[in-house]
Design a protein around this ligand. Structure first.
Ligand code: UTP
Length: 294
């Protein structure tokens, strides 16, 4: 089985749910405590053995490129001040020269279109897709776990979580076959089904290991739910031709594309930190107390 070496990070969305913050700032640069969402996703990919990273960007996303580039002045100033910790926090994020590539989506026509835009970079090998606004806690990380499932079963692997039935219209949902509690055979996929039509409440969250054949289906440019070119629709066309499995998440997933999920992630990650947890806990208790009294 070929190991997964390449990852695609679609960051071309408009992030309308976070306006006005995302007018000039990419959604993926919003911080969870003190680190941007995109850096968590890159770290997760590295932990899974990814060596090449492509970002599918759009207008106004240059902050992401700058974030993973060297910043001579800042590095020099931190070195001069002996601020080793801050220095390593910025240099750790940078890869080797040439490891990071950027392509422009040009038009935000949907997630499927974003992945197809990276086709020349992907070539003819299996690859990962990570959506940075789905932040998933846990070590060594969801993509590393999925890579193990891929090594064992081959084909396509998507990350799955159970969602309330009423929420199926927000997700791609699978029709499950064999299920050993962790790995679930995928018999069909439906993008954003009404709860009444949903084949299950097992929803895809933003991690995928895909075979390059998906690019041929995406190339057709067919529109799906919301008149967007949906990744789910092209993935569904591979079912039956090769293994297709879902992997239930073992970590906690925070939907940082929504305000509530983003705030929840900030609180949860801050509480986990040795340097912040106690203080944050006390302050949150205070705030809650004040709000109880209102
Ligand atoms: P979302 O559905 O969250 O859309 O995209 P969005 O534009 O980012 O945010 P809202 O809904 O307007 O607030 C899911 C993922 O797919 C990427 C987004 O960047 C996000 O990671 N995406 C979406 C693209 O890269 N291109 C697209 O055309 C659409």
């Amino acid at each position: 089985m070929k190991p997964i070496r390449k990852a695609v990070f679609p960051v071309g969305g408009l992030g309308t749910r976070f306006l006005p913050a995302t007018k000039a700032l990419p959604k993926e640069m919003l911080p969870i405590v003190d680190k941007p969402l995109i850096e968590y996703a890159v770290e997760e990919a590295r932990a899974a053995g990814i060596e090449e990273f492509v970002f599918v960007t759009g207008r106004g996303k240059t902050a992401i490129q700058n974030h993973f580039d060297s910043h001579f002045e800042l590095e020099h100033a931190l070195t001069a001040k002996g601020r080793e910790e801050e220095l390593s926090s910025i240099t750790n994020a940078m890869g080797e020269p040439g490891q990071f590539a950027y392509v422009r989506q040009m038009e935000a026509l949907g997630l499927g279109h974003a992945v197809w835009t990276a086709r020349n970079f992907i070539g003819n090998e299996p690859f990962a897709v990570l959506l940075a606004d789905d932040l998933i806690s846990g070590e060594p990380g969801t993509l590393a776990e999925m890579a193990e499932v891929h090594t064992e079963h081959g084909g396509n692997v998507v990350a799955l979580m159970e969602v309330p039935h009423a929420d199926t219209a927000r997700y791609g949902v699978v029709a499950p076959g064999g299920d050993d509690g962790k790995v679930v055979e995928v018999l069909d996929l439906v993008e954003k089904p009404d709860p009444a039509d949903a084949p299950s409440n097992l929803a895809i969250v933003g991690r995928y290991i895909l075979q390059p054949e998906v690019l041929g289906f995406l190339a057709l440019g067919e529109r799906g739910a919301g008149n967007e070119i949906q990744l789910t629709d092209s993935m569904a066309k591979m079912i039956g031709n090769m293994p297709f499995n879902g992997m239930r998440l073992s970590g906690t997933r925070y939907d940082c594309g929504t305000k509530v999920g983003f705030l929840e992630a900030n609180v949860a990650f801050a509480l986990e930190r040795d340097d912040l947890g106690r203080d944050v806990f006390q302050r949150i208790e205070q705030v809650l107390e004040e709000h109880r009294q209102v």
